[in-house]
Design a binder for this molecule. Structure first.
Ligand SMILES: Cc1ncc(COP(=O)(O)O)c(C=O)c1O
Length: 393
């Protein structure tokens, strides 16, 4: 079956009692034994739950993995995956990773002696140079957040494997519709299902998917031991969202492409970051390793913080909010919002400045989105009008 069919059908035919076509929600915390030592496969919902199993089967199929865990948040997925490492192990992480990833890596460095090196992973030689005898994993996030840099998953996976390390890919920004890291050699995929997989801004969730049985089993074990499993209700919502992943992703990209082109020619925009634009420095790599360019667009306002704040206060359809991947369009200011907790030096080194705004382009009519941005970006005329008014008075 192809992705669109898999997204609708995998894991859902669970109701042998009444033949419902959607997956039932099993809120039960515990399951009674049929006989001493005999269950129907479930005994306690922290360990396993039928609704969660349905989602896990679905996500494993979409990514082409052998097993998955569905957990409470994207951070829970990252945390669980980091437990594949132990004290003294070394991990190399992309230098413009999600702020929460940097925060948990910093915490694990302090608490558990995990060694962490940040590298600009576009520079493969720098990655090779950072390898140590105790390097156990490469943490790859592509496209990066919020600058949408693309790094080469296949080349990085090869480097990881030459040194017996794991290639772990955060695939949140593209979803398996647009990027399938296992086809490029990755070992583990992480998702915040809060974003495109659920797609409706009504759940926080996460998942980790493994390419090999041994890692899938270890993740299941960790998920139970750490108590990370997602609730049956949340799993059901994500499972419902996933069914429309393919048509949603197509429209996200169509709208994002139009928004990126519009911003690229706008006089009050200094720079646009969208891998679908031929001018994007990693456009060719994106074409090669992705099935599409996704729905995220970042841009720098041609002005200072006053102009940035003007844009944020003026948008009417784009909601000023964190997160991404929902049907509604969002705008965020990375320095004061998603990346506020990131080490300021790392943030500056990664090129995240105060003029940068990130858009999660939703599924509204694209003309409404363009008009909204155009109005918000007309700050020079607003400033000129205000000056003219004060002169006149
Ligand atoms: C790329 C990426 N990974 C992981 C996360 C964490 O996900 P969650 O907020 O569901 O914990 C986020 C959240 O924004 C993200 O953008």
């Amino acid at each position: 079956m192809r992705l669109q069919t898999l997204s609708i059908h995998t894991g859902v035919d669970k109701d042998s009692a009444f033949n419902s076509v959607t997956t039932p929600i099993y809120p039960s915390s515990t399951f009674y034994f049929e006989d001493v030592g005999k269950t129907k496969g479930y005994d306690y919902s922290r360990t396993a739950n039928p609704t969660r199993t349905a989602l896990q089967e679905n996500l494993a199929a979409l990514e082409g993995g052998v097993g998955a865990i569905a957990v409470a948040t994207g951070m829970a997925a990252i945390t669980t995956v980091l437990h594949l490492l132990k004290t003294g192990d070394h991990i190399i992480c992309t230098n413009d990773c999600y702020g929460g990833t940097e925060r948990i890596l910093r915490t694990y460095r302090e608490l558990h002696g995990l060694q962490v090196t940040y590298v600009n992973m576009a520079k493969l030689d720098a990655v090779r140079a950072a390898i140590q005898p105790n390097t156990k994993a490469l943490w790859i996030e592509t496209p990066s957040n919020p600058l949408l840099n693309i790094i080469d998953i296949r080349a990085l996976s090869d480097i990881a494997h030459q040194h017996n390390a794991l290639a772990i890919v955060d695939n949140t920004f593209l979803s398996p519709y647009n990027q399938r890291p296992f086809e490029l050699g990755a070992d583990v995929i992480v998702h915040s299902t809060t974003k495109y997989l659920n797609g409706h801004s009504d759940v926080v969730g996460g998942a980790a998917i493994a390419a090999k049985q041994e890692i899938a089993e270890r993740l299941q074990w960790l998920c139970n031991a750490l108590g990370q499993g997602a609730s049956p209700f949340d799993c059901w919502l994500v499972l419902r969202g996933v069914k429309t992943l393919v048509p949603r992703m197509r429209l996200h990209e169509e709208n994002a492409n139009a928004v990126a082109q519009f911003l690229a020619q706008h006089p009050n925009v200094a720079r646009v970051y969208y891998p679908g634009l031929p001018a994007h420095p990693n456009h060719d790599l994106a074409r090669r390793q992705q099935y599409g360019f996704g729905g995220m667009v970042s841009f720098e306002v041609d002005g200072g913080i006053a102009e940035v704040n003007h844009v944020l206060r003026s948008v009417k359809i784009f909601a000023v909010a964190e997160s991404l991947g929902g049907v509604e369009s969002l705008i965020s200011h990375s320095v004061s919002m998603t990346h506020a907790s990131m080490d300021p030096k790392l943030r500056a080194d990664a090129g995240i400045n105060e003029r940068l705004l990130r858009l999660s382009v939703g599924l509204e009519d694209v003309n409404d989105l363009l008009e909204d941005l155009d109005r918000a970006l007309s700050f020079k005329s607003v400033i000129a009008q205000t000056a003219a008014k004060s002169e006149a008075s």
